[in-house]
Write a protein that binds this ligand. Structure first.
Ligand code: AMP
Length: 406
């Protein structure tokens, strides 16, 4: 890396998509952002916004057969703005990798051995790790000399004590099949818990925070002095909170029942719990804006949406209670991601009635819209309630840059 290399390209490769951001690490500024969708399908689409030049979003449609074609198209777009992958200013590429197992507790420079280990984890994240691996392989082929760093969604949770991470299953079976609670959204929980501490003017080591990452996927974490001590997602992202399309916590015997009594196959049960449950299963919608609109419209349809909302909130309250007990002392609750950052009614309802736990929300502060981290609790409240916009790309870029510039 040259002394002038201050840019990091962040890649988030999905099975048929690649999201990317190019950041300048001197100030965290975004130079370009974009998304390729429908890779491997007839009509792929690349949307690229060159923020550095103040240019408009450019859209390209056309077949991109695979991730290599997609990344080459991204590289061409970046090059058109003078931000090409061959630029000496590019310090590294940071890859989001969903599953790092127990092995990867930190961001890691990728070599052949690291890649092989990420492959060994495919059975634990069959939908995500293969796409991440494809993105890494393609990027390495394009710039073999450039450091490439894997930043793992599970890493922040590897500090969980054994009694929080282990299921009460037969130990030998669990260990043989690597069954334990890993947790996900770790990059977001790390970023948001640290930013919440900064908002309180404290060092992360001084505060205990409950982070509620409420997006289409949703997870809670209990962070004590900057270290994760519990989180709601488990072996897979299915456990925990009610999500857009996932059930979250459920009696595992429901799955036996669905197979034995309803005659469903393994794949059908998987599809039901991951894609057709949660808010969508309860009321047909997974967009919180639409759910609130239906509640406000009233009637029978509104009652159905209300029940979905109430189930969602009830689960949130249970986790707030559980993690308050786990932490002993809570300094802050931080809401983040699409729902957490935007849905004031969710924040209000989740905290309502928790005054005895020191938690309250100020209606005016809660109603205010802003893209900045902010407090929404009244001054008298013992526990700070905050809204903290998450920024997983910035966190990945910072972790990547810290590693390659050390
Ligand atoms: P994410 O996965 O973090 O992108 O969050 C996506 C979810 O955020 C959507 O499914 C919506 O439910 C929710 N969301 C986004 N914007 C709003 C908004 N203005 N009000 C309420 N919910 C929102």
């Amino acid at each position: 890396m040259t002394a002038t290399a201050t840019r990091v390209l962040v890649l988030n490769s999905g099975s048929s998509s690649v999201k990317y951001q190019l950041l300048d690490m001197r100030d965290g500024a975004r130079l370009a952002v974009g998304l390729v969708e429908r890779i491997g399908e007839g009509s792929s689409r690349l949307a690229h916004t060159p923020l550095a030049t103040g240019g408009e979003q450019r859209e390209t449609e056309g077949a991109m057969a695979d991730h290599e074609a997609a990344l080459k198209a991204v590289a061409a777009e970046l090059a058109a703005d003078g931000l090409g992958l061959d630029s000496p200013e590019l310090a590294a590429i940071g890859h989001r990798v969903v599953h790092g197992g127990l092995k990867f507790t930190e961001p890691t420079v990728i070599d052949d051995a690291v890649l092989a280990e990420i492959e060994r984890l495919v059975p634990l994240a069959p939908l995500h790790n293969p796409a991440n691996i494809t993105g890494i392989r393609t990027a390495r082929a394009l710039r073999p000399d450039l450091p490439q760093v894997a930043v793992f969604d599970t890493a922040f949770h590897t500090t969980m004590p054994e009694y929080a991470a282990r299921y009460a299953l037969d130990v030998e079976t669990a260990d043989r099949h690597r069954i334990r609670r890993y947790g996900f959204h770790g990059t977001s929980h790390a970023y948001v818990s640290r930013t919440t501490a900064a908002l309180l003017g404290k060092d992360p080591s001084e505060v205990n925070v409950i982070v509620l990452h409420l997006g289409n996927g949703a997870s809670a974490s209990a962070v004590a002095g900057g270290r994760c001590v519990d989180t709601s997602m488990g072996l897979t992202p299915l456990e925990g909170l009610v999500m857009g399309t996932r059930s979250g916590d459920i009696d595992p015997a429901v799955t036996f029942h669905l197979k034995r009594v309803a005659g469903m196959s393994e794949d059908e049960v998987d599809e039901l719990l991951n894609k057709q449950s949660g808010l969508v299963g309860l009321c047909g919608d997974n967009d919180m804006r639409e759910i609130r609109r239906r509640i406000d419209a009233g009637g029978e349809d509104g009652a159905r949406a209300r029940l979905a909302f109430d189930i969602y909130i009830h689960r949130l309250k249970k986790y707030l209670g559980a993690y308050s007990a786990v932490l002993g002392r809570v300094d802050a609750v931080a809401f983040t991601a699409g729902v957490g950052e935007n849905a004031a009614p969710v924040r209000e309802a989740a905290i309502a009635g928790l005054e005895e736990m020191g938690m309250a929300v100020d209606a005016d502060l809660n109603a205010r819209r802003s893209g900045e981290p902010r407090l929404i609790s009244p001054e008298y409240a013992r526990v700070a309630v905050a809204v903290v916009p998450t920024d997983e790309e910035l966190e990945i870029a910072q972790q990547t840059y810290a590693l390659v510039s050390a």
